[in-house]
Design a binder for this molecule. Structure first.
Ligand code: TRP
Ligand code: SF4
Length: 430
């Protein structure tokens, strides 16, 4: 078996996503950026769509946005922490950051009352987000309280029909209207950063777990349908196709280009030395000036999930399987001490055969969350594989680190509570 401290071999489990859905390996991006986040370096973030655009924007200091959302339906745990860290990292890289508290989804899909949504949204998610380093320039909002989101959802609804949503989400004719609305609201969340009030079209990255890809595909698809013009590179020329626009609009657009070109009823073909990028930019500006959206299809990153501490899935209905950012350090340490490891049955076997960090939830904790230094993780990996390490050692280390982390995080949450007013939170005071 290949030695691989980052567990990238387990990405195989996700290879279906690569082949079937066109998600690309994140590895390709690593060389583009001088500095990447721990989760990227370790290939926990394993896949992406269109992330090149984001890397370009970071490098050239062009505007871009980062956005993701959280359903306020239970405890905020380490899985949410991953997404929060990704949002904050992109904010540090210069991105305009957006965070949705998906109360409409929690209400429609999980039956959480509005009162609970607000309480969980603030007490669990928002305080931890700020404690982890989210800056006040970013935007936080409750879906149900944002008029902008409501309006955009309605507008997107003009382009999406029931059959389509049913196919993407496996819904039947008994599906409730509000469930459908909440699904479409997530597309509005994803496209909102590109509205004119937020500075217009810009590359936007949505960090999510691999399970959220249907939402991304829908939002990307819809972003194209909302366009007035579609630009495509053909063999030797660039074609601009108008959608539901009158000939006059195409004629006006035509004046922005010189060189060899041909104007038809519903499209304009350019043969000059324009690059696709240039043409897209000109067309997008033109579209926005005419009151269109000019959306750029949103980019995304995908991370793999930690297994639950009990060995099975990490599930909010099994408290032993996860560690909440709000639970006591003592309780978290106890969970770690009881967690399933990749160790052998006896110490003797462990010495002879070595452990299996790939099947170890304690190793995952260290790898995903608790150790920043790559070399230290690599050492633990090697020691485990060679049989020089006992699970007791790892558990003790992980328990100490998680307690220390939670103690500090919870202090920061208290600070966050006292400076909550500095943050623009649509739905709390707007
Ligand atoms: N559906 C997501 C979840 O189940 C939450 C969410 C709402 C979201 N809006 C979003 C995620 C926009 C990414 C982008 O957790
Ligand atoms: Fe996991 Fe550490 Fe045991 Fe190896 S030694 S199986 S990494 S707990």
């Amino acid at each position: 078996m290949k030695l691989d401290p980052w567990g990238s071999s387990r990405i195989e489990d996700y290879s279906k996503l690569f082949d079937e859905f066109g998600i690309k390996p994140f590895e390709q991006i690593l060389g583009m950026l001088p500095d990447v986040h721990r989760l990227m370096r370790r290939q926990i973030i394993f896949g992406h769509r269109d992330y090149e655009r984001i890397a370009d924007a970071i490098l050239s200091r062009e505007p871009f946005a980062v956005m993701s959302g959280f359903m306020p339906s239970g405890k905020v745990h380490l899985g949410a922490k991953m997404v929060m860290e990704e949002i904050i990292w992109h904010q540090e890289m210069g991105g305009d950051a957006f965070v949705a508290i998906a109360d409409m989804e929690a209400h429609a899909v999980r039956g959480v009352s509005w009162h609970e949504c607000e309480k969980i949204g603030v007490e669990e998610y928002i305080l931890s987000l700020i404690a982890l380093g989210f800056e006040p320039e970013g935007h936080i909002y409750f879906q149900s309280r944002s008029k902008t989101i409501q309006d955009l959802t309605f507008e997107l609804g003009c382009e999406v029909n029931f059959t389509e949503l049913a196919a993407i989400y496996g819904l039947g004719s008994e599906a409730r209207i509000s469930h459908l609305t909440s699904v479409l609201t997530q597309s509005a969340d994803i496209l909102q950063p590109q509205l004119e009030i937020f500075g217009g079209p810009k590359p936007t990255v949505i960090p999510v777990g691999a399970d959220q890809d249907p939402h991304i595909r829908l939002a990307r698809d819809v972003s194209n349908r909302m366009r007035m013009f579609l630009v495509e590179e053909r063999d030797g020329y660039i074609s601009i196709r108008g959608k539901d626009v009158d000939k006059k609009a195409l004629e006006d657009l035509n004046t922005f280009f010189d060189g060899r070109k041909r104007l038809y009823e519903a499209h304009l073909d350019l043969y000059g030395d324009y690059t696709l990028d240039e043409v897209e930019r000109i067309v997008r500006d033109f579209e926005v000036a005419r009151g269109g959206y000019g959306f750029i299809p949103p980019a995304s990153t995908y991370h793999r999930f930690m297994t639950g501490l009990t060995g099975g899935k990490m599930s909010s209905s099994i408290p032993e399987s996860f560690i909440a950012l709000t639970e006591s350090p003592e309780s978290a340490s106890e969970k770690v001490m009881r967690a399933k490891t990749g160790g052998r049955v006896t110490l003797k076997e462990q010495r002879e055969l070595g452990g299996i960090p790939e099947d170890c939830t304690v190793y995952d904790l260290l790898l995903f969350h608790l150790i920043e230094d790559d070399r230290e993780v690599e050492e633990i990996y090697a020691e485990c594989r060679s049989g020089r390490r006992s699970c007791g050692e790892c558990k003790k280390l992980a328990a100490e680190l998680i307690s220390a982390f939670l103690r500090e995080h919870q202090e920061r949450r208290d600070d966050a509570r006292s400076k909550l007013r500095e943050f623009d939170i649509v739905g709390l005071w707007a």
